[in-house]
Design a protein around this ligand. Sequence first.
Ligand code: HPA
Length: 274
Amino acid sequence: MGFSFEQYKASADFIRVRLGDFVPEVAMILGSGLGYLGDEVEDAVVIPYGDIPHFKASTAPGHKGQFVFGLLEGKKVAVMQGRMHHYEGYSYEEVAYAVRVLRLLGCTTLIVTNAAGCVRTDWQAGDLMLITDHIKMFSESPLRGENIPEFGVRFPDASHLYTVRLQELARKTAGELNIPLREGVYFYCYGPQYETPAEIRAARVLGGDAVGMSTAPEVIVAGHCGMEVLGFTLLSNMAAGILDQPLSEQEVLDAGVAAREKFSTLVRACLNKL
Ligand code: HPA
């Protein structure tokens, strides 16, 4: 299929009418059970994805499926409460559709958060991780198909998808707040089934520190259109095969609730310093 520039523009134009003279600067995509930050936005304008032309609605648990535009830590933000996932049946292009729309609306920075399985046996469930890079080499790119030059070049550099300056800001901020922050590589898996223990061993050998079913497509598209990216993972559970217990969605959602305070404090503090 493939979206045209005009479609992205139509979505952005629709939103712009609702926003009046408010121009968002920072886009935030909040993952499983972490969408509550959107409820803390001041002067909020809420737009359900379903209202927007060409938009798809998110069906994943813990994902509301709406934009919240407004002020957070004094910054003009566009919060996505809920994201699209490939396992829901969307193409990668559809998964990352909103990123381009937010870029057209004016966002130059993207903050992404997710819950993921912890691949490292020397880390613990409940830890936070700064994403320094990702691996998504076994599935197609969200940039597949005709390039749209208004957004970026055909063969974009991906050496620093996660902006070095923002990583440094996050490290410093976490240190000041005394919030322990791991850092590592996010290994993208399709889902929706959790990984097998053998897949987790493979991910570990290949250099993954966390495994999850989101984020990488949106970050690739953000990098393509020149956005700076800051990514955080909540290691919600030990990855498959590490502990002798089955993985469950409930465990992931519970971890989101338990980490709420430190997670929100860290993300808000980083936002404040952008
Ligand atoms: N694997 C993949 N995605 C996840 C996991 C996991 O263990 N936990 C939360 N999201």
